[in-house]
Design a protein around this ligand. Structure first.
Ligand SMILES: *[C@@H]1O[C@H](CO)[C@@H](O)[C@H](O)[C@H]1NC(C)=O
Ligand SMILES: *[C@@H]1O[C@H](CO)[C@@H](O)[C@H](O)[C@H]1NC(C)=O
Ligand SMILES: *[C@@H]1O[C@H](CO)[C@@H](O)[C@H](O)[C@H]1NC(C)=O
Ligand SMILES: *[C@@H]1O[C@H](CO)[C@@H](O)[C@H](O)[C@H]1NC(C)=O
Ligand SMILES: *[C@@H]1O[C@H](CO)[C@@H](O)[C@H](O)[C@H]1NC(C)=O
Ligand SMILES: *[C@@H]1O[C@H](CO)[C@@H](O)[C@H](O)[C@H]1NC(C)=O
Ligand SMILES: *[C@@H]1O[C@H](CO)[C@@H](O)[C@H](O)[C@H]1NC(C)=O
Ligand SMILES: *[C@@H]1O[C@H](CO)[C@@H](O)[C@H](O)[C@H]1NC(C)=O
Ligand SMILES: *[C@@H]1O[C@H](CO)[C@@H](O)[C@H](O)[C@H]1NC(C)=O
Length: 408
């Protein structure tokens, strides 16, 4: 403890504002559940903390690694006492918005070949029912955007009476969305306090088959900087387009999509056809949804050139109702369309159609879909321990200190 106090004093001498020490580094809190010991781990150029800092109950287990499974998902914490709430306490630096993500990879760790179904809670309220067999290939992730009411929020797991099975968790992350990310025009800015926005899909169209991963260092400012995953969405019967890279600024970069998402798109095989994307919502009850569509054009690479003096005029329909017209004019142009509230239930049809007078066919580069639930979070207050600031500039110093402090 003395050592920690010394470290805190040292950091507060250099520190400015923003993220909290010692657990939030570069705006993210990364926890590798089931990692044993008190030693941090390097993965994807970032520092992950063992979960023993944040939770007492449960047992840890290591599973055999496989190519589909990131290193972070090869350890887990399981809870034999699933009849109780088993809780992590996350000490966040403030009560602004965060992206919370929990990861689950069963990997037959108990040798029973029975992936469990259990409940996940945030701030004492149901976040999601986790079905760990929903994805047999890789991990199951649940993600939401939420501004906690207090900066000491719980993430808990509990078994379900009807389905049984031992709850477990493989990873837990919180990414701080600062003022730059939450001003008026971004989708995060539009999201209200007190409401949880559950991610349904975050898709990259026309790209390669790899998932676009969170940014892994300070080097590339045009890559994913908000710790989000973008899933490739192959669209049979569509053309893939690839565009020249540019500086990542302008109207296509609202919400900070990475260049590797923006620089690829799909277009219908026949210019007079529409792009049609069905979106499946996990709930059968009506929900209010946000649908974010990313449009961008530039000079084509690896393909026949397009008419650069022609406009691309598109109409966006949701379930057959025209919601927005999008016009891209000139060589480098883009737009981000956020549709909300969209009342959804089951499957929703997103259609991008050629509009009157268009020269170029419709395209679509990326899409994000969220639905909203009210989260009546438990009251709890923090006593302010560990609340020392640490700016991005001194973050490497902090990381060094954390490394030294944790003895690795
Ligand atoms: C949401 O909460 C944050 C932190 O308490 C506050 O700064 C912000 O103004 C709130 N936004 C709205 C729209 O109420
Ligand atoms: C969990 O997912 C599997 C595979 O998709 C499915 O067969 C099963 O019915 C689901 N269980 C529950 C309780 O939803
Ligand atoms: C947000 O929008 C309001 C109303 O349109 C405007 O008055 C305010 O200046 C905007 N704030 C920012 C940070 O853009
Ligand atoms: C487009 O890219 C996807 C990968 O995202 C690929 O599966 C598909 O075959 C490509 N389509 C064409 C027509 O090349
Ligand atoms: C494109 O679609 C239109 C209308 O459906 C059709 O008349 C035309 O033959 C199609 N062109 C090609 C190249 O398939
Ligand atoms: C390109 O678009 C312009 C403006 O719509 C049009 O006048 C021209 O004919 C088009 N060129 C070709 C080759 O299609
Ligand atoms: C969505 O599209 C499918 C296929 O075109 C259609 O069968 C379905 O009725 C549409 N759903 C809605 C709500 O418009
Ligand atoms: C398309 O434009 C023409 C001529 O401007 C107009 O007569 C027609 O109604 C428009 N169609 C639609 C669907 O807006
Ligand atoms: C967080 O909240 C829990 C439960 O309310 C409390 O026991 C704990 O001391 C709090 N931790 C901090 C650092 O405030």
């Amino acid at each position: 403890m003395e050592k920690l106090v010394a470290v805190l004093l040292l950091v507060s001498a250099v520190g400015a504002h923003a993220a909290s020490f010692p657990f939030i580094l570069n705006y993210v809190l990364l926890i590798d559940c089931g990692l044993t010991g008190k030693t941090t781990e390097h993965y994807n150029n970032q520092i992950w903390f063992p979960d023993s800092f944040f939770i007492d109950p449960g047992k840890t287990k290591q599973i055999t690694s496989s190519p589909n499974v990131p290193q972070i998902m090869t350890t887990l914490r399981y809870f034999p006492h699933g009849e109780h709430m088993n809780c992590y306490r996350l000490q966040l630096s403030n009560t602004q918005k965060y992206i919370f993500r929990a990861g689950f990879y069963y990997g037959n760790y108990d040798g029973k070949s029975q992936p469990p179904v259990f409940d996940l809670f945030l701030g004492g309220q149901l976040w999601e029912t986790v079905n760990s067999s929903a994805s047999t290939e890789g991990p199951v992730f649940h993600e939401l955007v939420y501004a906690p009411k207090n900066d000491n929020i719980s993430v808990c797991l509990m078994g379900r009476k009807e389905s049984g099975g031992t709850p477990f968790i493989s990873s837990l992350e919180a990414t701080y969305l600062n003022e730059d990310e939450t001003h008026n025009h971004t989708v995060y800015g539009m999201m209200r306090n007190g409401t949880a926005y559950h991610l349904v899909a975050r898709l990259n169209f026309g790209g390669h088959d790899e998932v676009v991963e969170p940014w892994s260092g300070l080097a590339d400012l045009c890559e994913e900087r908000l710790n989000r995953y973008w899933t490739p969405q192959p669209m049979p019967g569509h053309k893939n387009l690839s565009f020249d890279a540019t500086a990542c600024s302008g109207s296509a970069y609202e919400n900070r999509p990475p260049n590797s998402v923006i620089n690829t798109a799909i277009s219908p095989a026949n210019a007079s056809q529409s792009i049609y994307v069905p979106v499946n919502f996990p709930t059968t009850t009506p929900q209010s949804a946000y649908i974010v569509l990313y449009f961008y054009q530039n000079r084509i690479v690896d393909g026949p050139p397009e008419n650069q003096s022609g406009t691309r005029n598109m109409d966006v329909y949701i379930d057959g109702v025209m919601r927005r017209n999008v016009k891209l004019e000139g060589l480098i142009s883009g737009d981000v369309v956020t549709l909300y509230p969209v009342l959804v239930q089951g499957t929703v049809n997103v259609t991008i159609s050629p509009a009157n007078g268009t020269v170029l066919p419709p395209l679509l580069n990326g899409m994000e879909v969220y639905y909203a639930t009210e989260l009546a979070e438990e009251a709890s207050s923090s006593n302010g321990v560990f609340k020392i600031s640490c700016s991005v500039i001194v973050v490497w110093v902090c990381q060094l200190i954390v490394s030294v402090f944790l003895g690795f």
